[in-house]
Design a protein around this ligand. Structure first.
Ligand code: NI
Length: 179
């Protein structure tokens, strides 16, 4: 496995709508290796999620895992995900992104949604995600649609450099996760 280079805001691939995969494409060695490398890269950079466009591949694949204080999420691979919002209400909380290094901002997200996707083997999966898990899923889904969390912020005045975030805002939240 390899640790992949993560592209940052401004790279055009982050603004493309990612291509959905066929069963055959997903089963290929190249894509299975990409998924392994995405998992390793996410862990290496302490992210809670990583989408394929962040590693220069405009493909509809995301990986998610969290063992932090904000929520326990087992390693999850989402291929060609579709989201159905189950709670229209939006809640703001802090987010970061490996493609927007050293910043945190408050982002409104839905608290409950249904995910329909494939796992890495092309099996259909469906589950309901709530709270922090729902937040991370929406963040990664946005990457697959060519969006970043900054696009979702209602008020850019909350955008904080990590050092200032840790100094002024961290006490209200034990960590600021990145994905
Ligand atoms: Ni991100």
């Amino acid at each position: 496995m390899s640790i992949l280079k993560v592209c940052r805001l401004g790279h055009p691939v982050l603004r493309l709508q990612a291509q959905r995969l066929s069963k055959e494409g997903l089963a290929s060695l190249a894509i299975q290796t990409l998924i392994d490398n995405m998992m390793q890269t996410m862990v290496e950079y302490s992210g809670v999620g990583l989408a394929a466009p962040q590693v220069h591949e405009s493909l509809s694949i995301a990986v998610i895992e969290s063992h932090g204080l904000r929520g326990e999420i087992p390693m999850t691979v989402l291929v060609n995900p579709d989201l159905t919002i189950l709670d229209e209400e939006l809640m703001e909380d802090w987010e970061g992104c490996l493609s927007v290094p050293d910043f945190r901002g408050r982002v409104p997200r839905h608290q409950k949604l249904r995910v329909d996707a494939w796992d890495r083997y092309g099996n259909k999966i469906q589950f309901v995600a709530e709270d922090f898990f729902a937040r991370v899923v929406q963040h990664e889904f946005d990457h697959l649609m060519g969006r970043v969390y900054l696009d979702r912020m209602r008020d850019l005045s909350t955008l904080a450099h990590l050092a200032e975030f840790q100094r002024y805002w961290l006490p209200e939240r034990k960590e600021g996760s990145t994905s």
